[in-house]
Write a protein that binds this ligand. Structure first.
Ligand code: SF4
Ligand code: SF4
Length: 508
């Protein structure tokens, strides 16, 4: 198959052998699960349980705010083991902002008892809409890291190319590699379900970086029975696993900045998401766990775990064994796109793919940032063809209009620019800061706009009520006057009748 190349990118040391050879292990059930009510891109869920409630594994604890979750940019949250709800409160959640968010805390009972699940006997008999409903109810989001609700992305028309992303290009992370080696049949079955949902006519490509030969062989074997699925090796180059970069490598199509791949008839799903779709349909199982790589020199045995959401990170690190040298830094995600956490008391959520636990010996001292020398190295490696140094200057100057003019929201936070910067400028931190500020300003504007609309509606409502009251009063007055007039008229007529009666009696 002919392959193309995207602009920029980097050849990085993989560090994957640290964890790539150990089989996926089921992590222990923790004593407490801390489940944030928002673990995806979109609207948060609202809790449907109360403190003291007993819950079963797979039971909905956070419901989408609307009647039909398959139509909403949201997904439900499920209990990841059975137990009792002991708190519903704000807890620290793993996010670069370091903020807290509403969480449901469950004390597990050790029974790990499932709620009754409803598998689909034969998915080919169901319509795409019916299958999307099952997927939405199962709480499936993109497990490659973005957390975009899967049912929204799957609800695409006229798709010709389905790409299953097994590139896993960031150093240290091996969860997709292990998944492809251990569960290739699940991935193929998931790809077949997705093809059915998308109309069944499209080409299906499973893309794997060429530094994962065992995963490639496993999927090649599993896909042998299905002529419509191609398994393709792509060159190892960071960030090949980025959605647009992978599309370009496989199809040669460069998806424009504000364009959606679906508009070009292409949709990309991660291998983990594909397996989650299979499990939701085949077994009726909601998404309550995921595979997480725990690696780095801070742990004795780096490995991959199937982990229940809500498990606190310290428990996973304990299960790997702590290195005597101690832990100096904890990163959620990879070394390029991940972010540092201040401690281990954060829960694993749907978007946690990796924990890099580093000891002091692994951490190189970060050189002090120096002024930009306008060398242009950052622009050469940017896979999105941006001008990172311009973005940096304007972000530093807090000129948020200019950073938008330079397309900051096309930046995928890949970190290539910061990696090559000879002045050691933490470029991505500036971009994240600028993006957060712009979003906050937009949010403020939205709220101000909403407040203005509310105020205008209130004035309109008050005036309308006043007018209605006035009209009502006038009607009542008119009615009362009319009845008075009628009474007077009736009285006059009675008097007149009496008089007439009296004079006729006199004449007699
Ligand atoms: S790589 Fe660093 S020093 Fe060079 S232009 Fe970019 S920001 Fe400036
Ligand atoms: S972090 Fe953004 S600006 Fe820097 S190389 Fe990646 S996409 Fe380009």
């Amino acid at each position: 198959m002919k392959l193309w190349q995207f602009h920029g990118g980097l050849k990085l040391d993989g560090h994957k052998s640290l964890s790539s050879e150990s089989q996926i292990r089921r992590a222990n059930i923790p004593d407490f699960l801390v489940l944030p009510l928002l673990q995806h891109i979109g609207e948060p869920t609202e809790t449907v349980v109360e403190v003291g409630d007993k819950v079963l594994k797979g039971q909905v604890i956070g419901h989408c705010r609307g009647k039909d979750c398959s139509l909403l940019m949201s997904t439900p949250i499920h209990a990841s083991s059975s137990g009792t709800v002991v708190a519903i409160e704000d807890r620290p959640v793993p996010h670069p902002s370091g903020l807290t968010a509403p969480c449901v805390v469950i004390e597990t009972d050790g029974e790990d008892k499932w709620i009754e699940c409803t598998p689909v006997a034969d998915y080919s008999t169901l319509s795409p809409t019916q299958l999307l409903y099952h997927i939405a109810k199962a709480g499936i989001v993109g497990l490659g890291g973005a957390g975009f609700p899967a049912h929204i992305k799957l609800n695409s028309k006229s798709i010709e190319t389905l790409i299953i992303n097994g590139a896993e290009c960031e150093p240290y992370i091996t969860c997709d590699d292990r998944l492809m080696r251990e569960y290739p049949d699940d991935i193929i079955a998931g790809a077949q379900i997705i093809r059915h949902i998308l109309g069944g006519t499209q080409r299906c490509i499973i893309a794997i970086e060429d530094n994962k030969p065992a995963a490639y062989q496993a999927l090649l074997k599993a896909a042998a029975k299905d002529q419509d699925i191609e398994v393709v090796l792509v060159p190892t180059r960071y960030p090949t696993g980025g959605e647009r970069q992978l599309i370009q490598v496989l199809t040669g199509q460069e998806i424009g900045r504000s364009e959606l791949p679906a508009k070009r008839g292409i949709v990309v799903h991660n291998v983990k998401t594909t397996r989650a779709v299979y499990r939701a349909i085949q077994y009726g199982r909601p998404l309550i766990s995921r595979i997480v790589t725990v690696t780095g020199t801070g742990v004795e045995k780096p490995q991959n775990f199937e982990v229940r959401f809500g498990t606190l990170m310290h428990s996973l690190i304990d299960q790997c064994g702590r290195n005597k040298a101690g832990i100096e830094r904890l990163i959620m995600g990879g070394p390029m796109m991940g972010f540092a956490l201040p401690n281990e008391e954060f829960p694993i959520i749907k978007t946690t793919n990796c924990l890099i636990v580093s000891s002091a010996e692994e951490i190189e001292e970060i050189p002090k940032p120096m002024p930009c020398i306008r060398c242009g190295a950052c622009a050469q490696v940017c896979p999105v063809n941006l001008l990172p140094q311009q973005l940096y200057w304007h972000a530093k100057a807090k000129d948020f209009q200019k950073v938008q003019d330079y397309h900051i929201f096309d930046c995928i936070d890949c970190g290539c620019c910061a990696y090559v910067c000879p002045s050691h400028i933490p470029l991505v931190s500036y971009y994240r800061y600028a993006k957060a500020e712009i979003r906050a300003i937009e949010q403020e504007h939205k709220q101000a706009e909403l407040a203005k609309k509310r105020h205008e509606f209130r004035i309109f409502r008050l005036q309308r009520d006043k007018k209605e009251r006035r009209e009502k009063l006038q009607k009542m007055k008119a009615a009362s006057n009319a009845s008075k007039e009628a009474a007077i008229k009736a009285a006059l007529e009675r008097t007149k009748a009496k008089k007439e009666q009296g004079s006729s009696n006199e004449q007699k």
